[in-house]
Write a protein that binds this ligand. Structure first.
Ligand SMILES: CC(C)(COP(=O)(O)OP(=O)(O)OC[C@H]1O[C@@H](n2cnc3c(N)ncnc32)[C@H](O)[C@@H]1OP(=O)(O)O)[C@@H](O)C(=O)NCCC(=O)NCCS
Length: 168
């Protein structure tokens, strides 16, 4: 399997991965299209097996309000074709994506997702750092991970995603 950045020729295959993984919701697929049009990607990765795109992961810029200088990225959506799930593809996409974000100078990453999946990558509930989600969600499902040790200490506030996420 290869993990590599999205290329222009991948767009429809990525749409297919998102549509199948999040079925029946088409919101995630539309969201990614919209963000691509807005040139708003921090990092868009695909997982490829035998030239077939089987997984996709997106990072976008996020901010903390009140404003901080922290370089924060939001992880998601992440999707793997149903037939390829539970084979470690999502994990490899996430691990590779977190490493690239760190190499590019990002200091922390936020994620809204399964509370029993993301802790294995070092995510902890954001509330442990006094950080809240901008949407009303159960506390355990909104998580953060420091890429620079100690960067989120004493950073109370609300994590804001790009506006397109609020339409999902
Ligand atoms: C979540 C997802 C990206 C994980 O990708 P994957 O390649 O299947 O993941 P991995 O093989 O690396 O890891 C498998 C683990 O994911 C866990 N997982 C998958 N879906 C899950 C869910 N809905 N809730 C909690 N854990 C989940 C599995 O339980 C499995 O755990 P285990 O290793 O303890 O058995 C993939 O299952 C998917 O596309 N799901 C549908 C879309 C989705 O929910 N995206 C994430 C939104 S937060």
């Amino acid at each position: 399997m290869q993990i590599r950045p999205e290329q222009p020729k991948d767009e429809s295959a990525i749409r297919d991965v998102l549509t199948q993984a999040f079925h029946p919701s088409k919101g995630e697929s539309s969201l990614v299209d919209q963000l691509r049009q807005q040139n708003a990607f921090t990092l868009s990765l695909v997982a490829v097996i035998d030239e077939v795109i089987v997984g996709h992961l997106l990072f976008t810029p996020a901010t903390i309000v009140p404003q901080t200088p922290i370089a924060l990225a939001a992880l998601g959506p992440v999707a793997v074709l149903p037939a390829y799930q539970s084979q470690g593809i999502g994990s490899q996409l996430i691990t590779s994506g977190l490493n690239t974000c760190q190499e590019r100078g990002y200091e922390a990453v936020a994620v809204l997702g399964h509370a029993d999946y993301y802790p294995r990558f070092g995510f902890v509930p954001s509330i442990e750092f006094g950080l809240k989600c901008e949407w009303e969600v159960p506390e355990p499902v909104f998580m953060v991970k420091e890429l620079k040790h100690g960067i989120l200490r004493k950073q109370e506030g609300v994590v804001k995603y790009l506006p397109a996420f609020s339409e999902l």
